[in-house]
Design a protein around this ligand. Sequence first.
Ligand SMILES: Cc1ncc(COP(=O)(O)O)c(C=O)c1O
Length: 465
Amino acid sequence: MTLWPGAVPGLFLFNPRFPATIGPSLRLRTVRPTTTMLPTTAPARPALPLSTLGVRARQPAVAVLMRKALENPALLSLAAGFTDNTTLPGAEFVAAAQALAARRGEPEYLNYGTTQGRPQLRRLLAQRLAHWEPTLAAADYEGRCLVTTGSQQALYLAVQSLCDPGDIVLVDRPSYFAFLEILTSLGARPKSLPFDETGALRIGELHRLLDELARTGEIARVKAVYFVSYFSNPSGRSLGESDKAALGRVLAEHGVIVPVIEDAAYRELYFDTPHPARCVLTLPEWAAFPKLYALTLTKPFATGGKVGYAFCTDAVWLEQLLAIKGPQDFGSANYNQALFEEILLAGGFADHLPKVRRGYATKMRALHGALLAEGLRELGWHWEEPAGGMYLWLCAPTGFDTGMDGEFCRACVAAGVLYVPGEMCFGDRPARHFIRASCGVLSPDQLREAAKRFVQVARQFSLKK
Ligand SMILES: Cc1ncc(COP(=O)(O)O)c(C=O)c1O
């Protein structure tokens, strides 16, 4: 008998014929370890014959950062993309759970739902879409809506449905690192679109990039375009409507009419006024493209509810997204969807959002203000104050290396402050002088303290130079 200890304590993968025939004969059982089963000497650990994906997939880089934070509770984390506990809509969820419990009839919401998601929830989400994009008719979009386990799942399904290993996805620069991780784990190659350091699209460079891809024949491997368009993770910026339109126009001019994935996870999370740009569903420059417009009820409301959604304009693509999702989960948590449905129906979502927005605006001001007050600008760092979302994108002076394995990062951890190294947010040619700082988790006082610690380290490093 050979035991391969699984990653989960108390769970052992057991196969009597392991390792010779692990493939088709792999049987998974929960076996309570007994003393008689424990080897007295450490056996050579057999290699687990993983699939290509099994070998390629890596723990998300952010898991390393989270582990660092857990190992040292005194560490103030500007790294986590977690949301703010104090503005979570606890009362709304209690009321929704009570409303469900008080319903007459069978508690169908405790049964499996459908792969596509609850029809009523999709109707409400399509209405919300029409609120943001008034030229769209909600009735046209409820059937095109796919409810997912967070929008992360929608992004994963989108890549699974479109890309084979070696395929290329054009991505914004910087981009959402967990999307880049989806690409690399599935063997696809991210290629940066030419956004400059101010967030503007360089049209001339885009033409040259597409010409170059055509010249090398790689254009045939371009399978999708992806960008985060509102109060982005990681840059905090929003894509201007003229740049969004120009991107569609130039791609079409080069015949690159591939599926576009617009990630609008933070669209609802503006501080004072919404970002005015329309989305790809509405812009005429994107009319010819298959479109997936991904949103979420997590970031602006309750991350723990883990309900995301996407609108897909292409019937074949939607069918295949569902065909991949079905065998994975038979549908995302029906009960959570029912809770969100109740909250949307009762008006709790719209009523609560201003509180969340105010909360993040206050925290962003605290972080931004403290970095200024501590003198980070004078040390040559620069950044823009975002008008929404949760992230500050700090640009270090030339010569600074903010990478995860660098001295500066280690010094910050030693000083009790953690950040996301910007290098993780580039599809290619990673720049190592950026930092993503999130104001999601920490209180305003903690943010001020984190800023103080951060600037102290930045100052020490400036003096060294
Ligand atoms: C840009 C972006 N898109 C999508 C997601 C996924 O969020 P969720 O799965 O909670 O909807 C996140 C989460 O951090 C994000 O920052």
